[in-house]
Design a protein around this ligand. Structure first.
Ligand code: HEM
Length: 320
């Protein structure tokens, strides 16, 4: 009798789960696709392995894509929607335009996933898995991704313009921005460790190398070689000066050496509340790995508001 009751409850939960997936963190499960799409995680992993082998930076780009999706009305793949004649999305918002990349990789994975499991897996879940695999393929930790997100049928360019932190942010500003998403200062510092991989455009760090006083002189001189005071806005430099395609803790060492590339990076180690965490992560890669994985899980559970219309998009670039 008791077993039957438990079975009924489980069945009811399975039926109702999609209805609740639109509200904060509800009913996500690492087993969500175990029966619905058993090959999902293998498909994503091998496609990301190929993409990263072809271009290691792609791992960084996909990780950032996930961050920029989650911070704007939750992890709902809204960032993937193309602008159309009567729809303005997030791709061309200030922090994303000519900057966020990897959309084609997500489209390739989605096509493979659709071929294996039609109309079953959300684009938002594909991005979450691809971000996790990116980190791991570049030498970082791995973790079980909570799944069951749904894709938004709308996007907000204005939210993308206002919700994402900029390279000029102060420590107080960063703590407030992440705090508004339910992420602690410690989560923020751990997540900033993502800047151990990837590249940035001169325009985003020019002020730092020409105007900041807490910058290592040799490092600033090195970056000035390819980032002039005027022009060259799009010229790239590695964010981590020593190992830009390896997910390690050198980012935090760089901060301790005043070699953070962005003003916002160096704010984490400038005599403020996060100095202690920077030193902890720098000396304890295991603590960083555990905190990063945990904070990615928290960031990944940001959901669109319950009244956001959602679906399982068939093509990540457009609503069904
Ligand atoms: C703490 C606040 C943050 C600020 C102010 C910030 C700012 C930036 C900026 C300005 C760039 C360069 C963009 C360009 O050149 O166009 C960048 C790149 C990047 N960011 Fe952040 N970011 C922050 C947090 C994060 C988080 C939380 C993640 C992921 C968990 C992340 C992952 C990355 C990655 C991987 C890149 C390199 C992307 C590539 O090479 O394509 N960032 N970030």
């Amino acid at each position: 009798m008791a077993a039957t009751a438990v079975r009924c409850l489980l069945m009811a939960a399975a039926v109702l789960a999609p209805l609740f997936a639109g509200s904060e963190g509800a009913f996500l499960s690492s087993k969500f696709y175990d029966r619905r799409c058993p090959s999902l995680q293998t498909i994503v992993r091998s496609a990301m392995a190929q993409a990263v082998a072809a271009e290691p930076r792609m791992g960084a780009s996909i990780l950032r894509l996930f961050f920029h999706d989650c911070f704007v009305n939750g992890c709902d793949a809204s960032i993937l929607l193309d602008d159309t004649a009567n729809f303005t999305g997030e791709k061309n918002a200030g922090p994303n335009a000519n900057s966020v990349r990897g959309y084609d990789v997500i489209d390739t994975i989605k096509a493979q996933v659709e071929a294996a499991c039609k109309a079953t897996v959300s684009c938002a879940d594909i991005v979450a898995l691809a971000a996790r695999d990116s980190v791991n393929l570049l030498g970082g930790p791995t973790w079980a991704v909570q799944l069951g997100r749904r894709d938004a049928r709308n996007a907000s360019q204005s939210a993308a313009n206002s919700n994402l932190p900029s390279a000029g942010s102060s420590l107080a500003g960063l703590i407030a921005t992440f705090g508004s998403k339910g992420l602690s200062a410690r989560d923020m510092t751990a997540l900033s460790g993502a800047h151990t991989i990837g590249q940035a455009r001169c325009a985003t760090f020019r002020d730092r190398i020409y105007n900041d006083t807490n910058v290592d002189a040799k490092f600033a001189a090195l970056r000035k070689q390819t980032c002039p005071q005027t022009g060259g806005d799009a010229t790239l430099a590695p964010i981590d000066v020593s190992t830009p395609t390896w997910f390690d803790t050198t980012y935090f060492e760089n901060l301790a050496n005043k070699q953070g590339l962005f003003h916002s990076d160096q704010e984490l180690y400038n005599g403020g509340s996060q100095d202690v965490m920077v030193r902890v992560y720098m000396r304890n890669p295991d603590i960083f790995a555990a905190d990063f994985a945990k904070a990615m899980g928290k960031m990944g559970s940001l959901m669109p508001s319950a009244d956001t219309p959602t679906e399982i998009r068939l093509d990540c670039k457009k609503i069904n």
